[in-house]
Write a protein that binds this ligand. Structure first.
Ligand code: ATP
Length: 199
């Protein structure tokens, strides 16, 4: 699995459509201060489902939309697309190529899509779960994140280690199964009550 293309339009400082092809051999992106390197890594976290505006150095999610400069006006939407080669099926899909897109309009309307099909945030989270990618993954370490991890509570650090070790996925599945079990028990109890009443 590998990221083959990143396309941004209206995201932070990238007002125009900007496409970066990650062909074999590309190992880094360099540029002067303020040229948008962090914006690029944030755009990837955003596509993968980042929900915290603060985590993207903003106050509200609409801050990711190009806000205009002295030379050009603001735009009304941000759109970022990531294209993955998934021949090894490292991402949870049988498709050999995955095109994951997120868009947001100034009116707050927002949309996720996988291979052109509109989907839910949960589908995006599920797709990246346990792949080493995803909004909170260690594939993307923002400025200051190392200090944050070192200074975090032991429980938080344990969560991080569990995610890296691949245990987190099972914790989520366990929680879902427990929820379903509780609902089934409620239904069973109801059936018992009704049968008791009929008798
Ligand atoms: P450094 O090397 O100093 O960390 P960088 O290359 O990582 O810099 P970024 O922090 O990614 O640069 O980009 C900062 C630039 O992005 C600033 O000029 C800022 O004004 C611009 N920017 C951020 N959000 C928006 C927005 N919503 N609209 C327009 N420009 C924005």
């Amino acid at each position: 699995m590998g990221l083959t293309r990143l396309q941004l339009k209206g995201f932070k400082s990238f007002a125009d459509t900007t496409t970066i092809e990650f062909s074999p051999g590309i190992t880094g992106i360099v540029g002067p201060n303020g040229s948008g390197k962090s914006n690029l890594s944030e755009s990837m976290r955003w596509v993968m489902g980042e929900q915290s505006a603060k985590g993207l150095r903003g106050n509200q999610m609409a801050d990711v939309i190009f806000a205009g400069t002295e030379l050009r006006p603001a735009v009304n939407m941000a759109e970022v697309t990531m294209v993955f080669d998934n021949h090894d099926h490292a991402l949870k899909s049988n498709l050999p190529q995955l095109v994951v897109k997120r868009s947001l309009y100034v009116d707050g309307t927002s949309e996720y899509a996988i291979n052109g099909k509109v989907c839910r945030l949960k589908d995006i989270t599920d797709l990246f779960m346990d792949s080493g990618l995803g909004k909170g993954s260690f594939a993307i370490i923002g400025q200051g994140r190392v200090d944050e991890i070192l200074n975090s509570k032991p429980e938080t650090r344990r969560d991080l280690i569990e995610e890296v070790a691949g245990v987190y996925k099972y914790k989520v599945q366990k929680k879902q199964a427990e929820g379903q079990l509780a609902t089934t028990m409620d239904n069973l109890n109801r059936v018992f009550d009704i049968t008791h009443e009929i008798k």
